[in-house]
Design a protein. Structure first.
Length: 253
């Protein structure tokens, strides 16, 4: 097996399982651990994976994106902590945009139910979560539904968003980096996120530590466009400080 074939198998395994382990890959491929580490370094240089201690996980790109169902199985306790902290930033906002994705869905669940609130979302899952909340008005944006994320996109979605002035937008991303800002694999999704941020007075990014340093295909915002970043304490404090130097408050929970 050539190095190229081996690396292709590693990427496939990482995308299938969500992560890979050096020792397990070495046994499966019949090569030394150092060979696997060398392959992982090469794949990281090409932006296909991110290395961790003892393994790696795949980076979402124009050719690969995880589904909403898969996201509900990964880093769930971390996402719940982040969502609770993000919901506390609501302040006196009366109109809120909640992005597609599992962490934004958890934010929607954590929003207060004892006061009137209007929530605008492109996510069918989030709209379903909030539909029975007595004090919450849900505006579901129309458009083409993406099967993997169950969220609407395209010009119908952005046209509706363009008609709103929103107090606060909760935004997610597939990657966030100090060099390239907030990114996502699909141009159609990128347009919805960008339009939501244009419509909002305040924007909060909420995401797990693995998103940081990752770069996807389409950039839709700069770090300085954010009021706050909410993530977990698994993002090292020095790195969080570097993001804060570009403008936003960084909250680690």
């Amino acid at each position: 097996m050539t190095a190229e074939e081996r690396q292709r198998q590693i990427v496939h395994a990482a995308r299938r399982a969500g992560s890979v382990d050096v020792a397990a890959l070495a046994a499966e491929l019949g090569v030394a651990k150092e060979t696997v580490r060398r392959d992982l370094r090469a794949l990281e240089d090409h932006g296909l994976i991110r290395r961790t201690h003892g393994g790696a996980y795949p980076v979402e790109s124009a050719g690969f994106e995880t589904t909403l169902a898969f996201r509900t199985t990964m880093h769930v306790p971390e996402k719940r902590r982040i969502a609770a902290a993000a919901a506390e930033l609501l302040g006196d906002a009366e109109t809120v945009f909640v992005d597609e994705g599992f962490t934004p869905q958890l934010i929607a669940q954590a929003l207060p139910r004892d006061r009137p609130l209007t929530v605008v979302t492109a996510s069918l899952a989030t709209a379903g979560v909030l539909a029975e909340a007595e004090n919450t008005t849900v505006l579901l944006l129309g458009g083409r539904v993406r099967h993997g994320t169950l969220a609407t996109v395209d010009h119908w979605t952005t046209k509706m968003l363009a008609g709103f002035v929103i107090d606060l937008a909760y935004i997610g991303a597939n990657g966030i980096s100090r060099e390239h800002g907030l990114t996502t694999p699909d141009p159609a999704v990128s347009e919805v996120k960008a339009q939501a941020m244009r419509a909002a007075r305040r924007t909060v990014f909420a995401g797990v530590h693995t998103k940081f340093g990752a770069v996807s295909f389409c950039r839709f915002a700069r770090i300085g466009d954010l009021e706050s970043i909410v993530t977990s304490s698994q993002l090292p404090a020095p790195e969080a400080h570097r993001y804060s130097l570009q403008g936003p408050q960084v909250i680690r929970v």
